[in-house]
Unconditional design. Structure first.
Lengths: 292, 288
């Protein structure tokens, strides 16, 4: 009897906490999505309007723009972090010495406070005092207004995100490389396969599951991305870096349009879920093909 | 020649160690430079006189004035550091306590495998939700409970967003403890709670530390909820303090660099000395 009590008591705090602070907000979110919500004198009033909030989305140019920007941002940032993370992991794995401290330093950007990362990159990208323009001037190139023009600004926030999150992919791939059965590689080496042939035909297929896992994680992170966009460009110029989280913040905290914002939120969550299902389905198929 | 060596002529060496040296050096040199140069530049700027920073020519002038300015008597930066420290300690403690109890239970107390799966899958799914999308619901709920506008609110939301990760990772550590330990302690007459607290928790302490360190860093770094749920000024954590230094109409470059340096240093010190725990945290997604 005693064990039964402790067994259930031990998960009770967790369930109570998430029930109140996650369950209730999620229920509220769904209710709000189907209503017109007003906050007046500290009280919320919800009038049901059916699917009106969802219909509004299709004509909302700013929302459609934010979906486009998020797509471009996500695809570019995820692919570039996968590329750089993998290349660095292979290079570190090839080391016979020094790998510990190099690995340690390479991971730093992933844990530095995102707000500080914005500070770091403002100090580099600022047109007046930035390091990049100082270098450009030194080698005789024209100074640029990196964050002031739509396309350069989008490229800049993607670059900052890649700098921030390449370490995560690096760690996934590096761990996978450490797990590669070295006897297969030795056999290939003895058979005369050159370094690059072994990389391409032995190592790469073996780390594909890790790459897909890293890609899935990175997609989720990219959709969540907010801090750097908010601090570096504030979504601008001309909404060029207005990803979905920036747009949601505007709807919630500048228009106070909670009902519409809730509908947008639900849509975003469903989109993320669907993308991941597709990616994990792909991973299954690949795994099965590897086994066969 | 030892028999071990004969069995595996490449023992301890990577079979990829014949990688082209030149390419490797370029890749690693590039990775190290691009990691370090931006960080070093910020620290360098933090120790420059404001007029040296904005000077069109490169004319370094070492000075501590940015830090003196930032910590001056009329500034709230020191209070914001204190707020962040209080926030990190309370949110991390609550998060670790809730997740350790629940994960231990799920791992060792004979839950039906399906129930365990329900917990883990929900934890995984919750991590997919962008925090921004929770804001209207959270705002409403906290409003009803009268919890808006205090450091308490931030403690709650920080615990919430870190719980799923903490549970998945903590369960992983408790799974590695043998179940015989609990049975033996039971025979000795120990109560279930004291078995958890005096036997299992100490044994899982490396895992608890790893979760604690990682959650602590996440809380220290958190910006979005602080932006929405705190009133700013002396009530806000440090991330908001730095954010408020970044204004579209004019940036105080020196203070900003100094604040960034002071915020980044504790995290980087942790990265140097607790790198194993941090790596475990960053790759915990792979366990799923």
């Amino acid at each position: 009897m005693k064990i039964l009590n402790f067994k259930y008591l031990s998960v009770l705090p967790l369930i109570a906490f998430t029930g109140v602070f996650l369950g209730l907000p999620l229920v509220q979110l769904v209710i709000m999505a189907f209503g017109d919500v007003t906050l007046r004198a500290g009280t919320f009033t919800i009038n049901f309007v059916g699917f009106e909030n969802f219909n509004r989305m299709l004509d909302d140019e700013l929302f459609l723009n934010s979906i486009r920007v998020t797509l471009v941002f996500t695809v570019a940032a995820v692919l570039l972090t996968l590329l750089f993370g993998t290349v660095i992991a292979i290079a570190v794995d090839g080391l016979t010495r020094h790998s510990a401290w190099i690995q340690n330093i390479v991971v730093w950007p992933a844990i530095v406070t995102p707000v500080v990362i914005s500070v770091i990159w403002l100090l580099i990208l600022s047109p007046q005092i930035g390091l990049l323009n100082k270098i450009f001037e030194f080698i005789g190139l024209e100074k640029q207004i990196w964050l002031g023009e739509p396309t350069p600004a989008l490229i800049a926030v993607i670059a900052v995100d890649v700098w921030h999150w390449t370490p995560v992919v690096f760690l996934f791939v590096y761990t996978a490389l450490k797990g590669v059965d070295s006897s297969i590689l030795e056999a290939a080496k003895v058979d005369g396969a050159t370094y690059f042939v072994r990389l391409k035909s032995v190592v790469l297929p073996l780390i594909v599951p890790a790459l897909i896992a890293a890609a899935a994680l990175r997609v989720v992170m990219s959709v969540k991305a907010f801090d750097e966009m908010y601090l570096l460009t504030f979504g601008g110029p001309a909404n060029a870096t207005s990803v979905i989280t920036i747009y949601l913040k505007r709807v919630f905290l500048e228009s106070f349009d909670y009902g519409y914002g809730a509908a947008l939120s639900l849509t975003v969550v469903l989109m993320v879920l669907m993308t991941l299902l597709v990616m994990l389905g792909g991973q299954r198929i690949l795994r099965r093909r590897n086994v066969e | 020649m030892s028999s071990k060596y004969r069995k595996n002529p490449f023992a301890g060496r990577s079979p990829l160690d014949d990688s082209p040296r030149a390419i490797n050096r370029v890749v690693l040199g590039g990775a190290l430079l691009s990691t370090l140069v931006p960080l070093v530049w910020m620290v360098f700027m933090a120790f420059q006189r404001p007029r040296a920073i904005i000077s069109p020519t490169f004319s370094p002038e070492f000075s501590l004035s940015n830090f003196e300015d930032l910590l001056g008597p009329q500034k709230v930066f020191d209070e914001q550091i204190l707020n962040s420290v209080v926030l990190v300690i309370s949110a991390t403690t609550i998060c670790v306590a809730l997740s350790a109890l629940a994960s231990y239970s799920l791992s060792q107390l004979n839950w039906h495998p399906k129930m365990v799966l329900v917990f883990l899958v929900s934890a995984g799914l919750i991590q997919l939700i962008p925090p921004m999308t929770l804001i209207p619901g959270l705002f409403y709920t906290l409003h009803i409970l009268g919890l808006t506008g205090s450091l308490m609110t931030l403690v709650i939301v920080n615990v919430l967003i870190n719980l799923p990760f903490a549970i998945i990772m903590m369960k992983f550590y408790f799974d590695s403890l043998p179940s015989e330990l609990r049975e033996a302690s039971q025979l000795d007459g120990a109560s279930e709670f004291s078995i958890f607290r005096l036997v299992m928790l100490p044994l899982a302490s490396p895992g608890v530390a790893a979760v604690g360190i990682f959650v602590g860093i996440q809380v220290w770094n958190e910006f979005l909820f602080a932006l929405i749920f705190s009133q700013g000024g002396e009530e806000a954590p440090i991330t908001i303090g730095i954010g408020s230094l970044i204004q579209p109409w004019g940036i105080n470059w020196g203070s900003m660099a100094a604040a960034g340096t002071m915020t980044a240093i504790p995290v980087i010190v942790l990265a140097i000395f607790a790198s194993r725990q941090i790596v475990a945290g960053l790759t915990s997604g792979a366990i799923k």
